[in-house]
Design a protein around this ligand. Structure first.
Ligand code: SAM
Length: 215
């Protein structure tokens, strides 16, 4: 699959970055293409417009909380949004994003791509439920993309949100159903913003989540 050059321009119009960051992102895309055949890191159907579908889609999350320095990405997969956020932090020369991913071959790619691009990331080859508690109080933003329904994300992130982290969860057309389902168990303070890459998608910003006493 060849990456479409006009897609790169389109993506960078949606989410502009510096020349330095663009070069690092191009290195990430090249490594993703190189590893994809053997490791199946993302859906192959999304590679032709990887800049819009994955790079800009991740950059817009960073832009929602760009002033924050300590990030955590759950279920990082092929590195979206985690590696892209790590690349943004590299330009700043400060901050870190921790990536939690249970799949060993994806972790190998995450480490390799971080080395090549200089992304400020730390990879944790682990299951979220076993390590997420150790980040409470230490992260300012938690992201999770294409990972799990909102109720599950809130279960995992309860302590992080209680200790001040902002949750940034990109969601598709089922967001309203997920909000209704989770309202049985959770009282949340949240807002949404429209996705710049997909008209049908929104990003949920969760500022707090309180478990209901009697669901
Ligand atoms: C559908 S992929 C999404 C990857 C990436 N966030 C993206 O948007 O392209 C979900 C990823 O989460 C990982 N994952 C799912 N459940 C997990 C768990 N309990 N602990 C750690 N990783 C998990 C899977 O291995 C997979 O790589």
């Amino acid at each position: 699959m060849t990456v479409d050059k006009s897609d790169r321009q389109h993506a960078l119009r949606l989410t502009p970055v510096s020349r330095e960051t663009e070069e690092r992102l191009a290195l990430l895309v090249a490594e993703l293409e190189r590893w994809q055949a053997a490791k199946n890191l993302v859906s192959s159907a999304t590679l032709a417009d990887v800049w819009t579908r994955h790079i800009a889609d991740s950059l817009q999350l960073f832009n929602l909380a760009a002033e924050r320095e300590r990030w955590l990405d759950l279920g990082s997969g092929g590195g979206f949004p985690g590696l892209v956020i790590g690349i943004c932090l590299a330009e700043r020369g400060a901050g870190q994003i921790d990536l939690v991913e249970s799949n060993a071959r994806k972790c190998a790619f995450l480490r390799h791509a971080a080395r090549v691009t200089g992304a400020r990331v730390k990879v944790h080859p682990a299951r979220i439920e076993q390590v997420v508690g150790s980040f409470a109080g230490n992260v300012e933003v938690v992201t999770a993309r294409a990972l799990a329904p909102l109720s599950q994300l809130l279960d995992w992130c309860e302590e992080l949100l209680r200790t001040g982290a902002l949750g940034l969860f990109p969601k598709g057309q089922h967001l309203d159903t997920e909000l209704t389902d989770s309202a049985r168990y959770w009282k949340i303070q949240a807002t949404t913003v429209s996705s710049v890459t997909d008209d049908a998608a929104r990003i949920l910003l969760v500022r707090s989540a309180e478990r209901r006493a009697d669901p």
